[in-house]
Design a protein around this ligand. Structure first.
Ligand code: PGA
Length: 245
């Protein structure tokens, strides 16, 4: 694992955007795995800036998002469909047909999960997967006590996650209790992984994830076994980390 220490959130966001931009430049038809949450917002802002400056084009990229809440429609402001639209997709030239996010309102969840995996496979697997990390060590919505072998599946969210994500809703009660998430196996199949961490609240979990034991109780710890993982942190999130592992 490579650990990159950024000076600040802005510096982290700029570096992440540069890595994504270089991926797109080297392979315009890249399959990119996107993440939601507060951490990647700055990186998406940087990507929009680079796009407006004519430095990158999203015309041929294929996007797959990590997860979506069950029960929310794409037009619900708290849905991840809406998040991606308002934080990135609406402002760049990505083609609608190339955007993939699990359908949280599907009638048959099992079928939706199988089809999502199929689409990733047909696209030729994910070239670069962006990840945030939960304070409980989740990646995507893969909560502790995870099954490492799982593909895209239905997940029940932990109370810690519901609390952390209630910042995006009017109240805690409104946060959906279940979601569809890429599984650990899906994430581990990505060719490259870029995990972002920002803020002191993530310092401890990042330390455990990188130097601690690999355990289903800390889902992100499995990334120690992936051959191409970069972790980019700001000063606060990286305060317990050494530079290179
Ligand atoms: P955050 O969420 O970026 O809002 O901290 C990260 C995550 O839960 O994966």
């Amino acid at each position: 694992m490579k650990v990159i220490m950024a000076e600040s959130y802005e510096d982290m966001s700029r570096r992440v955007a540069e890595i994504i931009a270089s991926q797109i430049s080297c392979k315009p038809k890249s399959v990119l795995g996107f993440a939601t949450g507060s951490t990647p917002c700055g990186s998406y802002g940087e990507l929009i800036r680079m796009y407006n400056e004519g430095k990158i084009s999203f015309e041929d990229i294929i996007a797959f998002n990590l997860d979506e809440y069950c029960g929310l429609d794409g037009n619900d402001m708290e849905s991840y469909h809406y998040f991606m639209k308002k934080n990135l997709f609406e402002f760049v030239n990505i083609q609608e047909k190339n955007i993939h996010i699990p359908n949280g309102r599907c009638k048959d969840i099992e079928n939706e999960c199988i089809n999502y995996e199929k689409k990733i496979e047909e696209a030729g697997s994910i070239d670069l997967q962006l990840l945030g990390i939960g304070e409980n060590g989740h990646i995507g919505f893969n909560e502790p006590d995870v099954k490492f072998e799982a593909h895209t599946h239905l997940v029940t969210l932990e109370e810690k996650t519901l609390k952390a994500n209630s910042k995006f809703f009017n109240s805690y009660e409104e946060v959906p209790k279940t979601a569809i998430s890429m599984g650990i196996k899906t994430i581990m199949n990505a060719k490259k992984i870029l995990l972002l961490g920002s803020g002191e609240k993530k310092a401890e979990v990042l330390n455990k994830m990188i130097y601690g034991e690999i355990t289903p109780n800390l889902p992100a710890s499995i990334l120690q076994l992936h051959s191409d993982v970069s972790i980019i942190v700001d000063k606060e999130a990286g305060k317990l980390l050494k530079k290179q592992v």
